[in-house]
Write a protein that binds this ligand. Structure first.
Ligand SMILES: [Fe+2]
Length: 345
């Protein structure tokens, strides 16, 4: 798909040479968008608007009737980001990022999944859910704060594994009663938390790298795509809350024991499910400035390119990937983090 999208691109007649740092940032973002496209495509095949797994779709739609549409649209967005970034690089005479040689991971065996090689692994995730408590806090991770998990999700699939574990025609009532229905609901709930986890990462990565861009047009690209990552995060932050609010709250995966409690009981602002807009928090380290509602973190250490790959790795998104894959994406990440905005002091 990537090569088909790239082939018609011609060098722009007036294309100027991009700065080395800007190229590194665009190439890393292209890699991240290819990774996002790969994972979203897996969700889309099974649970999107033309998804092939009715039980998974029903479990997702228990959170919101529009879930399948949102999954398909988020997938389209990521594919467009990857294709645009690579086309822009090529139009300026730079190398696009190709990760096709690393599409070696197996597909789900469940109804709906294409049997093709994948970049990412959605079948054994450990999802960092601390973004949920972070955005409800007045503290800032860039100033040293850390945040507890909202829900503990370890070694948990976010897509159905096969038709024996979760038969694709299983009814998904609220609450789920049968064992396969509880298993599938826990898998769908994990997906919803994972959607928000991935997109909050993009929400922080883009503004972090924007600070290192030199060229105004490249800055326009980074800010414009980055805004859509934030849009995605806001959407998923809202939808995933329905997995941990009544009437759906209280599902436990019968295989893994992962539990989605009612985060509104007892009531607590630190975890209340409809508090999805960022709490104003400390910003910058100057004394006396008032709290500000912002995206956070935006430090290279916590939200830069290497930090993003490390977080995805801890997520087990790259479980069973090859050493060559890690070398490639880490080299791109280190180059992006090393980019310096030229002309600044
Ligand atoms: Fe994206």
């Amino acid at each position: 798909m990537a090569s088909a999208a790239l082939s018609p691109v011609m060098l722009m007649a007036d294309s100027k040479k991009l700065k080395k740092g800007d190229v590194a940032i665009l190439q890393f973002l292209a890699a991240v968008e290819l990774i996002e496209s790969d994972l979203w495509q897996q969700y889309n095949e099974l649970g999107g608007v033309n998804g092939g797994n009715p039980s998974y779709m029903a479990a997702l739609q228990n959170m919101d009737g529009d879930m399948s549409q949102y999954i398909s649209d988020n997938t389209d967005d990521e594919l467009s980001h990857a294709a645009f970034l690579n086309a822009y690089l090529m139009a300026h005479g730079e190398q696009p990022v190709i990760l096709d040689m690393f599409r070696t991971l197996p597909s789900s065996q469940a109804a709906g999944a294409q049997q093709i090689g994948r970049l990412t692994n959605l079948m054994n995730l450990t999802v960092d859910t601390s973004f949920y408590t972070r955005y409800r806090s007045a503290l800032n991770p860039d100033l040293g704060a850390s945040f507890p998990q909202a829900v503990t999700i370890q070694n948990q699939p976010a897509i159905p594994l096969n038709n024996t574990d979760t038969p694709p025609d299983t009814p998904q009532p609220i609450p789920p009663t049968s064992k396969p229905a509880r298993r599938m609901q826990a898998i769908a709930n994990t997906a919803a938390f994972h959607f928000a986890y991935i997109e909050q990462g993009g929400s922080s990565l883009y503004p972090t790298l924007a600070l290192q861009v030199t060229d105004l047009e490249v800055l326009r690209i980074v800010l414009s795509i980055g805004g859509v990552e934030i849009d995605h995060f806001g959407l998923w932050h809202d939808k995933m809350g329905n997995a941990v609010a009544q009437p759906l709250a209280g599902v436990t995966d019968p295989e893994t024991g992962v539990t989605f409690p009612d985060l509104n009981s007892p009531p607590a602002e630190a975890v209340q499910t409809n508090l999805i807009l960022p709490e104003p928090c400390a910003f910058l380290d100057a004394k006396g400035l008032p709290p500000c509602s912002i995206i956070r973190p935006t430090s290279s250490q916590l939200a830069g390119a290497v930090a993003t790959i490390n977080s995805f790795t801890q997520d087990q998104l790259f479980l069973h990937q090859t050493p060559g894959f890690f070398q490639t994406v880490m080299a791109l990440a280190m180059a992006a983090d090393s980019a310096k905005r030229e002309g600044s002091d």
